[in-house]
Design a protein around this ligand. Structure first.
Ligand code: SF4
Length: 330
């Protein structure tokens, strides 16, 4: 455990994100003058408890991957705070961040591009252990144990990533993430590239590992139906902001925000039909110039005059937190 981490009270959340902003400057002209910002993450707050899964859902480009990268220290926060196990991440220097990083691991969407094709499976899954000086005994035994955790045979340790199916490669990625005994795994579209039957197997594996190791997951996906199979709570993200937050079952049964309803309407139902009436219209606007008022108003089927000029605040309704004028007028 790095010396930067202080023991926190048992009930303290593992992760607390406070009004986080990650903006990217837009440079123009010969002198690269900053001419605005892409507001990829624009004022996000949430807590994630130990042994909990938080689903983060939204369309491509809503900022969810940037949020994950900021939590991993791969992007610099513009403002706000990220407190992980009692430590404020933005205040850490590079060495302290490197030490902390072993407690926050990531599983990406495409295991083929995230696994080094020149390394065999043993070297891939033990690479972190070697870096952190945590190899006790033989690498083979560590690799075999980690592969066993993810339901793979030890025969795989001398094979190469291209020899495996997509689902097996994702299991190898998960074994690598597990190797450093993390507290939090950020799963960034971790099952999106897999067939539906393989998705279910990998989700079951995530659930088993959570039980065995008391892991917390931030499960990022564009697909609310996938997230609903694993997440305890769901945050729905639109154009850099969380527009609805609540328990997964409540969100799925009783979505309040028109955007959440649109995401649910986009989920295929039996017979291959969609509920079209709530389906979201058009493309999301650019996060470089978000619309005035409610950011969802150009696409919202329930837009009202107030929505065009006044941004809604977050409010509590039916146990959800929701950012929508429909509920401020109730
Ligand atoms: Fe739609 Fe208005 Fe609610 Fe925005 S605030 S989601 S535009 S009803």
């Amino acid at each position: 455990m790095p010396e930067t981490r202080k023991p926190t009270p048992v009930k303290a959340p593992l992760l607390e994100v406070r009004d986080l902003k990650t903006w990217f400057p837009i440079k123009r002209g010969l002198f690269s003058i900053t001419d605005g910002y892409v507001r990829a993450v624009d004022g996000i707050s949430f807590v994630l408890d130990r042994n909990e899964t938080l689903g983060l859902v939204g369309e491509s480009g809503c900022g969810k991957t940037t949020l994950g990268r900021t939590l991993l220290g791969l992007e610099q926060a513009t403002a706000g705070d990220i407190v992980f196990d009692g430590v404020s991440i933005p205040t850490l220097g590079r060495r302290q961040m490197n030490r902390l990083r072993r407690h926050i691991q990531v599983v990406f969407q495409d295991p083929l591009s995230s696994l080094n094709p020149r390394m065999n499976v043993m070297d891939i899954v033990t690479e972190g252990l070697v870096q952190f000086g945590m190899v006790e005994g033989s690498k083979q035994e560590h690799a075999a144990r980690l592969l066993g955790e993810v339901g793979m045979n030890r025969d795989a340790i001398y094979r190469w990533p291209h020899e495996f199916s997509g689902g097996q490669r994702q299991r190898i990625s998960i074994a690598r993430a597990l190797s450093l005994k993390p507290d939090l795994i950020i799963c960034d579209e971790a099952v999106s590239a897999l067939d539906v039957s393989v998705q279910a197997q990998v989700i079951n594996l995530f659930l088993k590992l959570q039980k065995d190791h008391r892991l917390s997951y931030l499960f990022i996906s564009h697909d609310l139906s996938v997230v609903s199979n694993i997440a305890d709570r769901v945050a729905v993200m639109y154009l850099g902001q969380i527009v609805e937050f609540g328990n997964t079952a409540d969100i799925v049964r009783n979505p309040l925000h028109p955007y959440t309803r649109a995401l649910i309407a986009a989920v295929p139902v039996a017979g291959g039909k969609h509920i079209a009436s709530d389906a979201v219209r058009g493309e999301p606007p650019s996060p470089a110039s978000p619309p005035e008022g409610c950011r969802f108003h150009p696409r919202c089927p329930e837009v009202m005059p107030v929505c065009r000029h006044t941004a809604p605040n977050v409010m509590e309704k039916d146990g959800h937190q929701v950012m929508c004028h429909l509920y401020s007028q109730a």
